[in-house]
Ligand binder design. Structure first.
Ligand code: BGC
Length: 462
C-alpha cells in the first residue's frame, strides 16, 4: 500500500520537469520540421476569432466525443441583450457502434439527426451546423478535418485518414434520398471540444485564451500567434489562431513520462485499443481512472492487504469501476457506511481500515491526475505570457465531467497551478456546454465571415 501511494505521488520538482518537457514538445509541434515527431500535436484549427456579440440566428450543434451524441438547436440573439437559448437531445452511442464501421457510426448520427429534426418545428431555411468532433484531427480548413487516430475506446473502421465533414455530408445525402428535407443543412465548422470551450467561454469573458477538458478524455486548446505556427501554410489576417494541443499524446514517443508511470498505467495502455498512444490521457482522464483504482485494489487483495471478505461472484476482478466511483469514495471520506454501500455492489465487504485505505487510494489517484493537468496548464500559460506579456490576464474555460463533478479535482488543480505558476495571472472559468454552445458560436462566426444569412422568424417578416 505504501509503495503504491508513493508511486502515485508527484513532487513540485517532478511536475516542473514535466512542464519543461511539455514546453519542448509544444515548440517542436509548432515547428514545421519537427511537428511530425512531436508529442504535443499542436494542430492549427482555423478558428481565429471569438464571437463579437453580433452573431444571430438558428444553428445546429453536434457533439460527438464520448459515449453520447448530442444534438442542439441553438438560437443566438445579437446586440445589447445578446442571449443564447438551446434545446438539446442526447442519443446513446452503443459499444457496438463505437467499434463497428465508420459508415455504421455516421448513419447512426444521421438517424439521430432525423429524429431530432422531425420532432421539432424548425423555422430556418438554412441550418448551419457546428460539429464538435472531439478526437485528434488535422484541419485543412475550418470545415475540413482528417481523423488522425481514435481515442476514448472508439475504433470505428475506415475513418482514420478520412475527412469527417465529407463523411457526414455523404451520410446526410444517403438519408436524404430516402426521406428528403425542406431545408438545407450546411456544415460550417468542425472543431475539437477544447476549441469550442475557448469560444464559448470567450463569449462571456474577453480574456479567454485557453480551453481545457477533463472528462472521458483530456486536452487543451489555446490562442497562439500565427507567426509562431510554422505548419500553417496560409496565414489568415488575424494575429492569433486557436491551436488544439492534443496534450493527451504527451509521453507517446519519448521517455518523458517513463519515470512516473506505474505498472498499472502500463497495464491499462497495453490492454487498450490504442496501445502506445495517448499515455498522458490515460494517466488523467475519466475513461481510465476507475480501472486504475480497480487494478490497484486487485493487487492489494492478492497481497492480502485489503478486503479480506470478498463474495465468490465479486465483480472486482473484471473491468467495471468508473471515475464516478472514485469521486464518490473521495466524497464519502469519513462516512464509512456510504463507502460500504458503494463497494458492496462489487461484492466487497469493507472494514473501517479498508474504507480508510480506499479513500487514500482514490485521493492519490485524483491528486496525480489534477497535478498532471496543472503542469500542463502552467506550461501553456507560460507560452501565452511570452506571447502577450507577463501581466497578460488569462482566462481558461474548463469543461468535462471530472473537472465538474469530482469533489476535489478542481481545487487541487487550481492550487497546484498557483504553486507551480508563480505570478501567472490565470483565472479558471467553468464552462458548461463548451461543445454545444461553442460549436454554434463558431458556426455563427463563420456565417458572419462568409456573409451567409441565417433566417430567424423576425427576419422572415422584413
Ligand atoms: C481527445 C481530444 C479531446 C479530449 C477531450 C481526448 O481523448 O484526443 O481530442 O479533446 O479527449 O474530449
Amino acid at each position: 500500500m505504501e509503495s503504491i501511494l508513493k508511486s502515485l505521488y508527484l513532487s513540485d520538482l517532478t511536475l516542473l520537469e514535466l512542464a519543461g518537457a511539455m514546453r519542448r514538445e509544444m515548440d517542436r509541434g509548432l515547428a514545421a520540421k519537427t511537428n511530425e515527431g512531436a508529442e504535443m500535436r499542436m494542430l492549427p484549427t482555423y478558428v481565429t476569432g471569438t464571437p463579437d456579440g453580433t452573431e444571430d440566428g438558428e444553428f445546429l450543434a453536434f457533439d460527438l466525443g464520448g459515449t453520447n451524441f448530442r444534438i442542439l438547436l441553438v438560437k443566438l440573439v445579437a446586440g445589447e441583450h445578446k442571449n443564447i437559448t438551446m434545446n438539446s437531445q442526447i442519443y446513446h452511442i452503443s459499444q457496438e457502434i463505437m467499434t463497428g464501421t465508420g459508415a455504421q457510426l455516421f448513419d447512426h448520427l444521421v438517424e439521430c439527426l432525423w429524429d431530432f429534426l422531425s420532432e421539432r418545428e424548425i423555422t430556418s431555411q438554412l441550418l448551419p451546423i457546428g460539429f464538435t468532433f472531439s478526437f485528434p484531427s488535422n484541419h485543412l480548413g475550418i470545415d475540413k478535418n482528417i481523423l488522425l487516430c481514435w481515442t476514448k475506446g472508439y475504433t470505428a473502421s475506415g475513418m482514420v485518414g478520412e475527412d469527417i465533414g465529407k463523411l457526414l455530408n455523404e451520410a446526410i445525402d444517403r438519408k436524404s434520398k430516402i426521406r428528403p428535407l425542406n431545408f438545407d443543412l450546411k456544415i460550417m465548422a468542425i472543431m475539437n471540444d477544447t476549441v469550442g470551450t475557448v469560444v464559448s467561454c470567450g463569449y462571456d469573458d474577453n480574456d479567454t485564451c485557453m480551453g481545457m477538458i477533463v472528462g472521458t478524455g483530456t486536452n487543451m486548446a489555446y490562442m497562439e500567434k500565427q507567426e509562431n505556427i510554422e505548419l500553417l501554410e496560409k496565414k489568415t489576417p488575424a494575429s492569433e489562431m486557436c491551436i488544439n494541443a492534443e496534450w493527451g499524446a504527451f509521453g507517446d514517443k519519448s521517455e518523458s513520462l517513463k519515470a512516473i508511470r506505474t505498472e498499472y498505467d502500463i497495464y491499462i495502455d497495453e490492454n487498450s485499443p490504442n496501445k502506445g498512444q495517448y499515455i498522458f490521457d490515460k494517466m488523467i482522464s475519466g475513461m481510465y481512472m476507475g480501472e486504475l483504482l480497480r487494478l490497484i485494489i486487485v493487487k492489494l487483495i492478492s497481497n492480502g492487504e485489503i478486503f479480506e471478505e470478498i463474495a465468490p461472484d465479486s465483480k472486482i476482478f473484471s473491468p467495471g469501476l468508473s471515475a464516478a466511483f472514485v469521486s464518490h469514495i473521495v466524497n464519502f471520506n469519513n462516512d464509512n457506511d456510504q463507502i460500504r454501500q458503494c463497494v458492496a455492489r462489487f461484492g466487497l465487504i469493507a472494514s473501517d481500515e479498508d474504507c480508510n485505505k480506499l479513500v487514500q487510494l482514490c485521493e492519490a489517484i485524483s491528486k496525480r491526475a489534477a497535478y498532471l493537468c496543472a503542469a500542463g496548464v502552467v506550461t501553456v500559460a507560460q507560452k501565452i505570457a511570452e506571447n502577450r506579456g507577463p501581466d497578460a490576464k488569462m482566462t481558461i474555460g474548463v469543461d468535462g465531467s471530472v473537472y465538474r463533478k469530482h469533489p476535489t479535482f478542481a481545487k487541487l488543480l487550481h492550487s497546484k497551478v498557483r504553486d507551480l505558476g508563480g505570478d501567472l495571472n490565470v483565472t479558471f472559468h467553468e464552462t458548461t456546454d463548451g461543445s454545444g454552445r461553442g460549436a454554434a458560436l463558431v458556426a455563427a462566426v463563420e456565417c458572419r465571415l462568409q456573409n451567409i444569412r441565417t433566417k430567424v422568424p423576425n427576419q422572415t417578416e422584413e
